[in-house]
Write a protein that binds this ligand. Structure first.
Ligand code: UDX
Ligand code: UDX
Length: 469
């Protein structure tokens, strides 16, 4: 099928590349001419596993890039909207890009088209898109609107797309459902998985995936509710981690115990410095705003957001507790991206912590495998950037681990200890076993677990624990 993807950002690019790999003809549309020029010359603007391979495989064959949205609409049967939906000052999703794309699509509807919202949008958006397309002249019977939310995690977006837990399609007509069924048939029939050139199957993936067909409103709510639930899981375990710290328990043992209950499950229970990224923070605010507008005060979400912010402040207090004072301290920082495997720094808790530490007078030497270029644009120029984790640690009063990159979990600990000015590691992502750190002579502080200490510190910090009277 011929498919247009409007918006060639993180979601549009991955979705378009994966559709091409399923055998469809894809036009990737964007209004950023510079981005298009770069894409045409083979540049891959984001760090995403398997994306360069897929683009190289299909560029100039099943994928083309275009700035002409109307031409793309005319030549395609399905048009996926994947432009950004950033938050407004009031926390609602700003849908003006979606609206302007809908307006433009309208003028090019010359035969039956399916317009699919892929961007995360509040309930009722598909109805609004329909209204806008009709207002601008398209025949009501000449198109349908579908909602097909993405559940792509940055860093693993390609495999999340090709090996999904489920595919959700919200439609209002059988004709439209049929188009979406055809688009996803290579996955739902299992045909893709028997191909020798298929992108390798990740652990845990169940194939073929289930296609869930719902109304458009249900599909829109599935997206917001899924992200809100996942964020709630993270805030829940972070709250439990705080209690673990108070009583001297180990949050990983607690996670193991609760995650073994199949009704709960072990995933998305990693404690840390809180969630970030372009989705959870904005989607929670947007979902809360939607609920309010519908007359429901979703205070549970307020608490999820509050715990998430508090988690960062707790970490900062932990760093202060270990270092005593901040001014002039040199800190090595591992990780700037909002999570491992991506160069994305949007709403990154690591970036927010670095900014706070800079305000407190710390000197920062940071390293991230992919996000340093983006970070340089956002951070003040006093930050030094290292060529690797050991350089970041060199001469530092302490090393902070702020992003869960795999490569940070397998450092040469003896080398690290020798390079640090003081043998202190404060880990916001719990990448190491405290006992192992202690055997390498490192004082190690993490989240929700007792500290491993090689030096004497005032009580409280020492055990991470409030003693009972
Ligand atoms: C997407 C979704 O749109 C968002 O709702 C979801 O929650 C997360 O993923 P993302 O792909 O991360 O956003 O956005 P971004 O990387 O900013 O890409 C959006 C692209 O759309 C950009 O390349 C931008 O140039 C393009 N765009 C924007 C258009 O082509 N036309 C517009 O009118 C606006
Ligand atoms: C999220 C959704 O998971 C995905 O389905 C889609 O809707 C887009 O938004 P993404 O933001 O790319 O994906 O990454 P995700 O893996 O969900 O992580 C989000 C944040 O939560 C990161 O900052 C990550 O470090 C943090 N996180 C995740 C935790 O702190 N603990 C966990 O157990 C999992």
């Amino acid at each position: 099928m011929r498919i247009a993807l409007v918006g060639s950002g993180y979601v549009g690019l991955v979705t378009g590349a994966c559709f091409a790999d399923l055998g469809h003809e894809v036009v990737l549309v964007d209004n950023d001419e510079q981005k298009l020029a770069a894409l045409r010359t083979g540049n891959v603007p984001i760090h995403e596993r398997f994306l360069p391979e897929l683009l190289a495989r299909h560029r100039g064959q099943r994928i083309k890039f275009s700035g002409d949205l109307q031409a793309a609409v005319r030549e395609c049967q399905a048009i996926f909207i994947a432009v950004g939906t950033p938050p407004t000052d009031r926390g609602e999703a700003d849908l003006s890009y979606v609206e302007s794309v809908a307006r433009e699509i309208s003028g090019a509807v010359d035969s039956y088209k399916v317009v699919v919202e892929k961007s995360t949008v509040p309930v009722y958006t598909s109805q609004w898109i329909r209204t806008v397309v009709i207002r601008n002249g398209a025949e009501p019977s000449s198109f349908d609107i579908a909602s097909n939310p993405e559940f792509l995690r940055e860093g693993t977006a390609v495999t999340d797309f090709l090996y999904p837990d489920r595919i959700v399609v919200g439609v209002e007509s059988e004709r439209c459902a049929e188009v979406l069924r055809e688009i996803y048939a290579p996955l739902t029939s299992g045909a893709y998985y028997s191909r020798s050139d298929a992108i390798p199957r990740p652990d845990r993936a169940q194939v073929p995936p289930r296609l869930i067909i719902t109304s458009t409103k249900s599909a829109e709510l599935i997206k917001h509710a899924s992200n809100a639930f996942l964020a709630m899981k993270i805030s829940f375990i972070n709250a439990v981690a705080s209690i673990c710290e108070s009583v001297g328990a180990n949050v990983h043992q607690v996670c193991d115990g609760i995650g073994a209950d199949s009704r709960i499950g072990p995933r998305f229970l990693n404690p840390g410095i809180g969630y970030g990224g372009s989705c959870f923070p904005k989607d929670l605010m947007a979902f809360r705003a939607v609920a309010k507008e519908c007359g429901y005060d979703f205070r549970l979400l307020d608490e999820v957001i509050r715990i998430n912010e508090d988690q960062r402040h707790r970490f900062l207090r932990k760093v202060r507790g270990v270092l005593w004072t901040f001014r002039g301290k040199r800190l090595g920082v591992l990780g700037l991206a909002f999570k491992g495997g991506t160069d994305d720094i949007r709403e990154s808790p690591a970036m927010l912590l670095v900014q706070e530490l800079l305000r407190e007078g710390c000197r920062i030497c940071a390293y991230d495998p992919a996000a340093m270029d983006r970070a340089k644009e956002a951070l003040n120029s006093s930050v030094e950037y290292a060529a690797g984790p050991y350089e970041a640690a060199s001469g530092a009063d302490a090393l902070l681990i702020l992003t869960e990159w795999e490569e940070f979990a397998s450092l040469d600990l003896d080398r690290l200890r020798k390079l640090l000015k003081y043998p202190i590691v404060i880990d916001g992502r719990n990448l190491y076993d405290p006992a192992v750190m202690a055997t390498h002579g490192l004082s190690y502080y993490s989240v929700g677990r007792p500290a491993a200490l090689t030096e004497d510190l005032p009580a409280g910090i020492r055990t991470n624990k409030r003693e009972r009277p």
